[in-house]
Write a protein of this length. Structure first.
Length: 199
């Protein structure tokens, strides 16, 4: 009897040790490699450049946008596009101004982050805000957005935009429906009987 009790305690101790070992390994498998830093050289300058880029979008100042981005900068997740070059981004935003004028909230949040190693290595500026699109008929659509700007030196090399397209689509009066599905037979046994007849 004592042997069984000791064995149970040993198994429980072994399981707890294994659980603790796995728990200690987990932080090493997190998405961000290295230790992110919120205080790094050039942080203030990069936040200033990020604000200029976002303001350039709002005001349509394409010259400033080009000056603050690298020649091969890529802009991700605009509209239905996966990625666009600087020229394609400007063309897309110019086309958008034919139907709506953007106004960005002044109370946005800005955060400079430096990642020392791994796939996300580099200096980033993260920004959260609200965009209000004003249409000629007086309608407005407001939606929150997030942009992550990656820097090469003091210029933006990549911009990742995150916002809810569905909110904009629905506000414009469009309906989003699930993909077409065939209707199921009302009597499931009819399909089974039908398949037996063909056999």
């Amino acid at each position: 009897m004592r042997t069984k009790g000791r064995m149970k305690k040993r198994i429980l101790l072994l399981c707890l040790s294994l659980l603790l070992a796995v728990a200690n390994v987990q932080p090493g498998m997190a998405q961000v490699d290295g230790q992110p830093s919120l205080d790094f050289p050039m942080q203030d300058q990069l936040v200033k450049t990020a604000k200029e880029i976002v303001k350039a979008y709002e005001t349509g100042n394409w010259e400033t946008l080009r000056q603050d981005a690298t020649e091969n900068a890529i802009f991700h997740n605009l509209g239905s596009y996966d990625s666009l070059t600087i020229d394609q981004t400007i063309k897309y935003w110019k086309k958008g101004r034919e139907s709506a004028t953007p106004v960005l909230s002044e109370d946005g949040v800005w955060l400079g982050v430096s990642i020392a190693e791994g796939a996300r290595k580099g200096n980033w500026v993260l920004h959260w805000g609200t965009n209000t699109l004003s249409y000629p008929n007086g309608e407005t659509i407001s939606f929150p957005y997030h942009v992550a700007l990656k820097f090469e030196g003091n210029k933006v090399s990549a911009a990742h935009f995150y916002y809810d397209n569905n909110k904009i689509i629905r506000a414009l009066g469009y309906e989003i429906q699930p993909p077409f599905e065939e209707e199921e037979s009302e009597d499931p046994s009819a399909e089974i009987d039908g398949s037996k007849k063909g056999s």
